[in-house]
Design a protein around this ligand. Structure first.
Ligand code: PBG
Length: 342
């Protein structure tokens, strides 16, 4: 038998590491941190085992815990003390993220990235202020001989003004990087302009460039109280059926000055990650979202899979697809595993 080619030769223990194509390091990971202005104690998030909402006073302690695992970057999400139609608490100087970012950057070396969106701050839970859509998609005017009322939709251009304010207020509070997640057209340009105008030209933008209207966000919406009170987000987040459109979205954000391009969710969209990797020189980020975390935990709880191994394989796959950095709820656990708990 002539078996010249035996790939198994390179799968022996002492050579596997040498020929490994992909590596995963704690420094590739970003840990999400939830800061909650409505509580004065740490509250476990039921659908995301191991994660908590922490009060502002505990945010430094929480971030120190992350740093101890070897993870160097955090993404801050805020739950404000009150909500209104415009989401005004999102850009308040004494808002939850502003206070937390100020304390964390003053007291730790963590690289602080802030989520810039309105859905946690509006009482209707959408990612911008609402306007009435006066015409139907076929152009007819609502109210005149048509049975239904005008429908409400997010006012894209009004949202941009708010996003500019939020980003500037985060940068003033010390945020190292700004991450807009609302999928508004023109959001990167609006934020870049705002940051530059106020002297923050050195603060990078990591844009959620291809963010899908996904069923995998369920646990996060519990965690951050951000479920829309009516309708859904399919008029601004992307259709899971579309890949070419993702490239168009990403190109627009790159043209507007995005420094890092993010895909969200991660595992169901590995094809999108690898295509962006091929087409662009920018660093590519992937958001391994709450549902991707919760489903592994749920299966492991039933004894159906090994949580540590499944988590590690998931993150490795996301890197292999082409992501340079990964935002993941597994960050701390996996970092500890990678460094052998030191
Ligand atoms: C929206 C936002 C979402 C997530 C973070 N910020 C999605 C949404 O509710 O539309 C989800 C993250 C996750 O599921 O882990 N600003």
């Amino acid at each position: 038998m002539d078996l010249t080619h035996r790939p198994r030769r390179l799968r022996q223990d002492r050579v596997r590491g040498l020929v490994s194509e992909t590596s995963l390091e704690p420094s590739d990971l970003i840990a999400p941190v939830f800061v909650d202005a409505t509580t004065d104690e740490r509250l476990p998030i039921e659908s995301m085992p191991g994660h908590e909402r922490v009060p502002v006073e505990e945010s430094v302690t929480r971030v120190e815990e992350v740093l101890e695992t070897g993870v160097e970057a955090v993404m801050l999400f805020g739950i404000p003390e009150s909500k209104d139609a415009e989401g005004t608490r999102a850009w308040a100087d004494d808002g939850v993220i502003q206070e937390a970012a100020r304390q964390i950057t003053a007291e730790t070396d963590a690289y602080v990235i802030t989520d810039v969106c309105l859905c946690e701050y509006t009482d209707h839970g959408h990612c911008g202020p609402l306007e009435e859509e006066l015409r139907g998609e076929d152009g007819h005017e609502h109210g005149e001989g048509c049975a239904h009322e005008p429908t409400l939709t997010v006012d894209n251009d009004a949202a941009l003004e708010s996003l500019d304010r939020i980003a500037v207020s985060h940068a003033e509070a010390g945020a190292d990087m700004i991450a807009p997640s609302g999928m508004m057209d023109g959001m990167v340009a609006a934020i870049r302009e705002g940051l530059d105008r106020e002297g923050f030209e050195r603060v990078p933008i990591m844009s959620y460039a291809a963010k899908y209207e996904s069923a995998f966000y369920g646990p996060f919406r519990d965690a951050a109280d951000g479920a829309p009170s009516f309708g859904d987000r399919r008029h601004y987040q992307m259709d899971p059926a579309n890949a070419r459109e993702a490239m168009r979205e990403v190109r627009l954000d790159a043209e507007q000055g995005a420094d890092v391009l993010m895909v969200k969710p991660a595992l169901p969209y590995l094809d999108i990650i690898s295509e962006i990797r091929r087409e662009f020189d920018h660093p590519v980020a992937a958001y391994n979202v709450s549902g991707e975390y919760a489903m592994l935990h749920a299966a492991a709880e039933k004894g159906w899979l090994d949580l540590e191994a499944a988590a590690l394989e998931s993150l490795l796959s996301i890197k292999r697809a082409g992501a340079d950095l990964i935002l993941t709820y597994f960050a701390e656990d996996v970092a500890e595993e990678l460094t052998g708990g030191q």
